[in-house]
Design a protein. Structure first.
Length: 596
């Protein structure tokens, strides 16, 4: 039979495919959607009809006239159809308790085929068996799956909850330009050539930083924006070149004003979306302390296993490696693994590789057993120092102590990684639990050896801690910033700072950063001028919205919470962007083609 595509005509959808229940039995309905699955049993043809709301079983039975029955027989997965029919109870024993519509079916009286489909490159229904590349290319098919679609729904609901909350707190959402000037956030800019002003370029914003500060000068008082930002970075791990931030700025505000708003926001969003009770206030830990205790500036606080300095106890031990490390100005730091005495030799070797892979020299271990220590170190340590070590670490029988000797920074870094690796092996972070922590007072500046100058750790508009300002001239690297990062489950999810609103201090920072007067004027002249027209004290923060959604839906990758994500090579798999443009277009922009 020749396939005739029907017109939708005057049919109106009465219901979606997820809402019919027993109460609807007897009603005449019109459903529209995609054929998810079909089963042809000769006399009976079953179709699971799907739309974004769910699945409804529709059945073509013998009362369905022959011609239409024949028409229905050509249906295949992913065809688009409309059916008119009566809601009927499923036969006893045929109910599907896993499906919200599983008590009913729709007995079709009329069918319209609205569109056919090419054979999809992968099956939409059922388990995912296609490569991610293919799924990204045919994103519109992948989005028909409930999992990915659900993520977009939750994303929408989170955005809505954020808007409502911030609106309630007196924040105004203001859009800032995309075609703008560079904002220094430490990445490369995406540049857009200007046709009208040949040879000049806009930069896509790495963040709305300067505009939101200017809005404070304008008296806006409380600004927010759920905003796209663009950073041309080499895409390590899970990053996206364009991503979304919840961006905020407040006037007459200090650190507490900002953290209070974000804490309230997190409490509200987690409770509305997940029904999860987040308690306030979030713990705060200074950057230096975080490194010392967790070996990381984004500590996962869902479990303890804190790093302890054991140098004092071991500095005069008979073990040369420890003695030398401490003698050379280094440290011996240790962690305790509760119940870790059962680790096998192989596991210890693997943990040792974690240490050496992250540039450490290796680890030393001790199993605390009822009869004493089982450890290559035993013979070097007196019973008294073993006792003191156990006490320092709170170790009991059955525990494992791991030591690393190195420069302090390296020992922290290595043990920090080891801590996470061990936690993963022991399944310590419980799924579905969230721990929030503020990491505060990061260094204001760090020395970049490649560039041979200081660079801002956060960005150049971050205020130094008042009491550290005298150090700016002599020891810039020792100056702490009035900055704060929000960390959830060991992931940095956002950060911000109190800003400099004093032009003199801002200029001093630019000088320390080695940015010359001309360059400052060219890049930030408008901003510095704005600061001279009555800038109020202000502070702000931005939170990675994609990352927040990923954490809340438990997605493994940011790609799973973005409708059309980019690949690791910053390409768009749906459109194949970026792509070459023709010479005429380049000429119009005053650009010459790449030399062959
Ligand atoms: N602009 C900063 C960022 O994008 C956040 C802030 O300081 O408000 O990381």
């Amino acid at each position: 039979m020749k396939l005739i595509i029907d017109k939708i005509g005057d049919w109106k959808r009465t219901n979606d495919c997820g809402s019919l229940r027993k109460d609807d039995i007897g009603r005449e309905v019109v459903l529209m959607g995609w054929v998810n699955r079909w089963r042809d049993l000769g006399k009976l043809l079953f179709v699971d009809l799907r739309d974004r709301a769910g699945l409804t079983q529709v059945v073509f039975d013998k009362e369905f006239d022959e011609v239409s029955r024949e028409k229905a027989a050509v249906l295949r997965s992913e065809w688009v159809i409309a059916v008119k029919g009566e809601v009927a109870p499923r036969l006893a024993g045929q109910e599907n308790p896993d499906l919200p519509t599983g008590d009913i079916e729709v007995k079709v009286s009329e069918l319209k085929i609205l569109n056919e489909t090419k054979v999809p490159p992968f099956q939409v229904d059922g388990k995912i068996d296609a490569s991610e590349d293919l799924r990204l290319k045919y994103r519109y098919l992948d989005l028909r799956r409930p999992g990915l679609f659900h993520n977009l729904v939750v994303r929408h609901r989170i955005a809505l909850a954020i808007r409502n909350y911030l609106n309630g707190e007196g924040f105004l959402e203001v859009e800032t330009p995309f075609l703008t000037k560079s904002t220094p956030e430490g990445a490369r800019d995406y540049l857009v050539p200007s046709r009208v002003n040949k040879g000049s370029f806009y930069a896509l914003p790495q963040s709305p930083q300067l505009f939101k500060q200017v809005l404070m000068v304008a008296g806006l008082d409380r600004y927010f924006q759920i905003v796209r930002c663009f950073r041309d970075e080499d895409l390590r791990a899970d990053r996206q070149p364009e991503f979304t931030q919840v961006d905020l700025e407040l006037s007459f505000a200090d650190e507490d004003a900002v953290t209070d708003v974000f804490e309230g926001l997190m409490v509200d969003v987690f409770s509305k979306i997940l029904g999860y009770p987040v308690s306030m206030p979030f713990p705060r830990i200074e950057y230096e302390k975080a490194l010392e205790l967790y070996g990381s500036d984004k500590p996962d606080m869902r479990f303890g296993m804190e790093l302890r300095d054991t140098s004092e106890i071991l500095k005069s031990s008979a073990f040369k490696v420890f003695r030398d490390a401490i003698g050379e100005g280094g440290v011996v730091k240790a962690i305790k693994v509760t119940g870790g005495a059962s680790f096998s030799r192989r596991e210890l070797d693997e943990l040792n590789s974690t240490v050496t892979d992250s540039g450490g020299k290796g680890l030393f271990w001790a199993k605390v057993k009822p009869g004493g220590w089982q450890s290559p170190l035993s013979k070097f340590l007196t019973p008294d120092s073993r006792g003191r070590l156990e006490e320092r670490l709170g170790a009991k029988d059955g525990d494992l102590i791991i030591f690393v000797a190195d420069r302090a920074q390296k020992a922290n870094e290595v043990l920090g990684r080891l801590r996470m690796e061990i936690a993963k092996r022991l399944h310590l972070p419980k799924d579905g639990t969230y721990s929030f922590v503020w990491v505060t007072r990061f260094p204001l500046l760090e020395y970049d050896r490649n560039e041979g100058r200081y660079v801002a750790v956060h960005h150049p508009f971050t205020a130094p801690l008042e009491e550290d300002i005298p150090l700016l001239a002599e020891r810039p690297e020792a100056v702490r910033a009035r900055s704060y990062d929000l960390v959830i489950n060991g992931e940095e999810i956002g950060g911000g700072s109190v800003r400099i609103h004093d032009i003199g201090l801002q200029n001093q920072i630019f000088r320390i950063l080695g940015i010359g007067e001309e360059e400052v004027k060219e890049k930030f002249g408008f901003f510095l001028e704005a600061l001279t027209y009555g800038a109020p004290p202000h502070a702000g923060m931005a939170l990675g919205f994609d990352r927040l959604v990923a954490i809340m839906v438990g997605a493994e990758s940011l790609r799973d919470v973005i409708a059309f994500p980019k690949t690791q090579r910053a390409t768009c798999p749906v459109t194949d962007a970026p792509s070459p443009v023709d010479k005429a277009q380049l000429a119009e922009l005053g650009l010459s083609p790449l030399c062959p």
